[in-house]
Design a binder for this molecule. Structure first.
Ligand SMILES: C[S@@+](CC[C@H](N)C(=O)[O-])C[C@H]1O[C@@H](n2cnc3c(N)ncnc32)[C@H](O)[C@@H]1O
Length: 347
C-alpha cells in the first residue's frame, strides 16, 4: 500500500524550474561547439579557454561560458585551466568518429543553436531575432511587459529569501536602497514589505517604469518606493545607503560591469553597501550546470556571462570596494556583499 507523503515542512526553492528553463541552452551549446569545430580542436591536446578562442577564432567570454557548460555536463573535463575531451566526447562527438552524433546535432539545429554559434563567432547577441533585448523593450511596450513579468517569476522567490536575510547582510532597517535595473520592483517591494521603515528607488529603462510603478502601487508602497527612468550607464545614480544589483551583472560584458560597479561606488558614501544577487559559477569545479547554462544564455542573448565569486570580487575591489564576500542565498543564487571604501581604502 502506498501512503501519501506529508507536505514538506520547508518551502521548496525554485531550482527545478530554473533547471527546466535555463537547461534549454545545454543542447544549443553542444551543437554550436561541434559546428565551429571547438570539440575537434580539443581532441589532440588540452587547451585553455584563451587557446581555444585563438584556435577557433571565437570570442573569449562566450567561449569560456560554452567550455564551462560542456565541462559541467561531463562532455569535457577541466584540469586547472585546461579543457580536454572526455571518453564520451571522443567516441560520439568528434567529426569522422565511427559513432559520430554530428548528423543528430544537425537535425536538432534551431534558432538557439544559431544564437550560440553567433555568440561564439563574436556576432552581436540576439535578443529577439537579430535585435537587442533592451532596444526592443524601449520600442515595443508589450514585449517589455512580457519580459518584465517573466523576470519577476524568475526572481520573486529569490527576492523574498534575500529580503529575509538582508539585515544580516548589513542592510540597515531604515536604509534607502537603490535597486538598479530593478525590473518591476521585485526586490524593492520584497525589502519594503520585510522592513517597514526601509525606502527604495527603482532605476529602470523608461519603458519598464510604468510596469514597476503599477506593481509598487498594487503593493501599497507608493509612499516608500520611487521609480525613476533612465539609462544606468549614462544617467547619474541617486545616492543611497545600499545599492542592489540583482540579476544585472550577468547581462553585460565585463567592461560594462566595471562601469556599473564604478557608478555604485559613486552613489554610496564610504562604508555604504553594495549587494549583488546573481547565480555564480563555482570557482573550483565546473557548474552548477544550470548556472553554466545561464552563462551561455547570456552569451547568446545579451553578451554577458556568469561570474565566479573570485572574478566578481576582483572586479569589485578594482572599483573601490572592500570586505567583498559571497555566500549562497537561495536556490542557485548567491549574494555578494561589498563595502564602499573611503578614499584611503580603494585598491
Ligand atoms: C534580468 S532583468 C533583472 C530585473 C530585476 N533586477 C530582477 O532581478 O528581477 C535586467 C533588467 O535590466 C534592465 N535594463 C537593461 N538595460 C538597462 C539600462 N541601460 N538602464 C537601466 N535598466 C536597464 C532591464 O529593463 C531589465 O529589467
Amino acid at each position: 500500500m502506498t501512503t501519501r507523503r506529508s507536505p514538506a515542512a520547508v518551502e521548496p526553492d525554485d531550482r527545478l524550474l530554473q533547471d527546466l528553463v535555463l537547461g534549454h541552452w545545454k543542447l544549443p551549446a553542444l551543437a554550436a561547439a561541434y559546428r565551429i569545430g571547438l570539440l575537434a580542436r580539443l581532441a589532440d591536446e588540452p587547451l585553455t579557454r584563451a587557446e581555444v578562442a585563438v584556435a577557433c577564432g571565437s570570442e573569449p567570454l562566450a567561449t569560456g561560458s560554452v567550455l564551462e557548460l560542456l565541462a559541467s555536463l561531463h562532455l569535457l573535463e577541466r584540469w586547472g585551466d585546461r579543457y580536454e575531451v572526455t571518453a564520451v566526447t571522443r567516441r560520439y562527438l568528434l567529426p569522422g568518429a565511427a559513432d559520430d552524433w554530428g548528423p543528430m546535432l544537425r537535425l536538432v539545429w534551431d534558432d538557439r543553436c544559431a544564437a550560440v554559434r553567433d555568440a561564439l563567432l563574436g556576432e552581436a547577441p540576439r535578443g529577439y531575432g537579430s535585435r537587442s533585448l533592451w532596444r526592443v523593450h524601449q520600442e515595443v511596450p508589450r514585449q517589455a511587459e512580457i519580459f518584465t513579468h517573466a523576470m519577476h517569476a524568475h526572481s520573486a522567490a529569490a527576492a523574498t529569501a534575500f529580503a529575509e536575510r538582508a539585515a544580516a547582510l548589513g542592510v540597515p532597517a531604515r536604509a534607502h536602497v537603490l535597486d538598479v535595473a530593478g525590473g518591476r520592483g521585485t526586490y524593492a517591494i520584497a525589502l519594503a514589505r520585510r522592513y517597514p521603515e526601509l525606502t527604495a528607488t527603482v532605476l529602470e529603462l523608461d519603458s519598464v517604469c510604468p510596469i514597476a510603478s503599477r506593481a509598487v502601487g498594487e503593493a501599497g508602497l507608493d509612499g516608500r518606493i520611487r521609480v525613476v527612468g533612465g539609462d544606468m550607464f549614462t544617467t547619474s545614480w541617486p545616492s543611497a545607503d545600499v545599492v542592489l544589483l540583482a540579476d544585472v551583472m550577468h547581462n553585460w560584458p565585463v567592461g560594462q560591469c566595471r562601469t556599473l560597479a564604478d557608478h555604485a561606488r559613486e552613489a554610496l558614501q564610504p562604508g555604504g553597501r553594495l549587494l549583488v544577487h546573481d547565480m555564480l559559477l563555482d570557482d573550483a569545479v565546473p557548474g552548477p550546470v544550470t548556472a553554466a547554462a545561464n552563462a551561455v544564455a547570456m552569451a547568446a542573448t545579451t553578451g554577458g556571462h556568469q561570474f565566479t565569486a573570485t572574478e566578481l570580487a576582483a572586479l569589485l575591489r578594482q572599483a573601490g570596494f572592500t570586505s567583498v564576500s559571497s555566500t549562497p542565498s537561495f536556490g542557485y543564487f548567491s549574494v555578494t556583499t561589498a563595502r564602499a571604501a573611503g578614499s584611503e581604502g580603494a585598491s
